[in-house]
Every structure is written in C-alpha cells, then in structure tokens.
Design a protein around this ligand. Structure first.
Ligand code: B12
Ligand code: SF4
Ligand code: SF4
Length: 262
C-alpha cells in the first residue's frame, strides 16, 4: 500500500515536471504490450518497463491557412514542435536518470527505415496506450481536447511509474478526414483498439506519394507533411462542440472524463 502511494506520488511529480518543461499532455504506458510493435532495434524495449508519451499541441491558426496543401508556416511549426519535443524528452530522460532510472528519449520525427517508412517505435501506439488519445480513422492519434493537432515524443524508462490506460474511440460515424484527403487515402474503417497494420486504415502509398513527390517539393515546405486530415477532424477545432463538449478539461495536461493524463 505504502509502496503504491510512493509510486503514485513519484509519477505525479514526474508528470508535473514534464508539464513544467512545456508539454501539454503526458501519460505512461506499460512497455510490455508495446513489444509486439516493429521496433528498431528489435530489442529497443528490453531494458525498459515503461514508455512515457509526451505531446505538445500545435497552434490552431496554422491550420486555417491550409486549404489543399501544407504552407511554409505549417512547416515551421512542425519543425519547432519537433525541436521542443526532443528537448523535453532529453531533459525528462536526464531527470529520471538523476533518480537512478536509465531512460532513453526517442526523437519526435526520425525515420530509420526509409524504404518502408518506420521510426524506432510508433509514438502513436505509445500515446494510445498511455491514454493520450485514440487511433482515429485517419490513423492519427486523436486527443479529446486537441484532436489530432498534437505532435508526440516518447521517453523509455525503467522508472516503475503508474500506468495509464487507453481511452475509448470517439470517431463514431464521422468521415470528415476521409472526405478531406486529396488523394482518397483514408479508407474510413474504424477501430475500437488499434489497426493491425497501416493498410487497414489507409491506402498507404497514395498518402506517401502525395507527401513525398509533391508536398515536400513545395517552396519553403521541404518535408513530407500535409496537415489536411488533421485540419478536417472536428476534435480540436476552435469553437467546435466536440472541443467544448463532453470533455471535462481541468487544466493543462488533464484530458478526459475517462482517464486523466496529467
Ligand atoms: C514515417 C512517418 C510518416 C510516413 C509514414 C506514415 C505512417 N502512417 O507510418 C509519412 C511520410 C507518410 C507520414 C505522414 C504523416 N505523418 Co508521420 N510519421 C512517421 C514516423 C516518423 C514513423 C511512423 C512509423 O514508424 N509508423 C509505423 C506504423 C506501423 O505505426 P503507426 O502508423 O503508428 O500505426 C500502427 C500503430 O499505431 C499500431 N498501434 C496503435 N496502438 C497500438 C498498441 C499496441 C499495443 C500495438 C502493438 C500496436 C498499436 O496500430 C497501427 C497499425 O499497425 C512518426 C514518428 C514515430 N516515430 O512514430 C511520424 C508521425 C506518425 N507522423 C505524424 C503526422 C502528423 C503525419 C502527417 C499528418 C503529416 C503531417 N505532419 O502533416 C501524415 C499523416 C499520414 C497518416 N494519415 O497516417 C505524427 C502523428 C501525430 C498524431 N497526432 O497522430 C507522428 C507521430 C510524428 C510526431 N512526432 O508527432 N508520416
Ligand atoms: S496526410 Fe494528407 S494525403 Fe495523407 S492521409 Fe492525411 S490528408 Fe491524405
Ligand atoms: S475526422 Fe472524424 S473519423 Fe477522422 S479521425 Fe477525426 S473524428 Fe475520427
């Protein structure tokens, strides 16, 4: 009992410090089920028992500019978010190591397999298991408050933190992302858990080709980004009922009536 209390207090303290570093959302996932993911290297998770998911929200105004392509401002915001997240993850790992818990920050946007498009670990899978959101029909992680307008990073750690759990999928009958995608890449298939492979949710190559062959070559964009399915999602839109509605927001970092991720 006393042990649990100490663990819970330590977890809250660490989460508070991560929010203090500039994060908008933070949650903790058990590393064990994540071992089923394709990892690079394959033994990435072996030294760790937990994966901390951290998110920053993106300024909503940047999406107003996006009509049928990513803009230079969106590209800058994307790069800045990655930089902020990488710094938060770096400092979080150092903080945990000061308490004698070996910890590894995983970069926000590092591509390791350039042929098949894989990073070291899926930040969305970690975020979902840490209660930051559900996997939407767009394949993106959708937070009840900020929608998919968030970027993510992961810190792997041996600290025995209290685990958060997944939250319910709220896509329902919505098809906004499917309708908005300029290349019809989103199939519109929902999941209550997660897709077993990307191709269940997406005509994957359509998305990759649009981003790599066209959008990344736009002047002052220079990265395979898009933003259209993010913008279309009613969750996270300023003034949308979804944003103001059922979610009891009680401040920075708290996300939902089901599982709070402070
Ligand atoms: C490579 C990459 C791309 C490639 C390939 C995309 C892809 N879907 O894999 C391209 C260039 C096409 C791309 C496009 C985009 N990307 Co991208 N991309 C990445 C990157 C670097 C690696 C992705 C990867 O390894 N995928 C592997 C697949 C298998 O994983 P997955 O896509 O998450 O899907 C599986 C898991 O989530 C799993 N799952 C979910 N829960 C659980 C739980 C358990 C226990 C298990 C076992 C599995 C599991 O189910 C899915 C199917 O298998 C990540 C950063 C990262 N390291 O995660 C960013 C990332 C996924 N991209 C991101 C974004 C925003 C985009 C774009 C919107 C572009 C933009 N910035 O405007 C589009 C969206 C396309 C789409 N609809 O999916 C964000 C997503 C944020 C969010 N809110 O979800 C990420 C996380 C970057 C970040 N740091 O925030 N991207
Ligand atoms: S990122 Fe763009 S091309 Fe890819 S699924 Fe979303 S809207 Fe479609
Ligand atoms: S736009 Fe609708 S279907 Fe797509 S992820 Fe958002 S809520 Fe789900």
């Amino acid at each position: 009992m006393k042990g649990n209390r100490l663990r819970d207090d330590y977890t809250e303290r660490i989460k508070g410090k991560i929010i203090g570093l500039g994060a908008d959302l933070v949650g903790v996932a058990d590393a064990e089920p994540l071992k089923a993911l394709r990892l690079n290297p394959a033994n990435l998770l072996d030294p760790f028992s937990r994966a901390i998911s951290v998110a920053v929200r993106l300024p909503t105004a940047v999406f107003e500019e996006i009509l049928d392509r990513p803009t230079p401002n969106y590209s800058t915001v994307y790069q800045t978010a990655n930089r902020i997240l990488d710094e938060i993850a770096f400092r979080t790992a150092a903080m945990l190591e000061d308490d004698d818990f070996p910890s590894l920050p995983i970069a926000a946007s590092q591509l390791l397999d350039t042929k098949k498009w894989y990073g070291a670990i899926s930040h969305k899978a970690v975020g979902r298991m840490a209660g930051l959101g559900w996997q939407g029909k767009s394949l993106l992680l959708v937070n009840p408050r900020y929608g998919p307008r968030i970027r993510l990073v992961t810190v792997l750690t041996s600290a025995p933190l209290k685990i958060d759990g997944p939250i319910k999928n709220r896509c329902g009958r919505c098809t906004m992302c499917q309708e908005a995608c300029p290349v019809g890449a989103i199939k519109g298939v929902g999941t209550q858990g997660h897709y077993t492979r990307r191709s269940e949710a997406l005509y994957f190559s359509r998305c990759v080709e649009k981003l790599v062959d066209e959008f990344s070559k736009l002047p002052n964009v220079g990265a395979p980004i898009c933003g259209i399915c993010i913008k279309a999602c009613p969750f996270g839109q300023k003034g949308s009922k979804k944003e103001q509605g059922q979610d009891k927001q009680v401040g920075k970092g708290a996300v939902s009536d089901e599982k709070a991720c402070l």
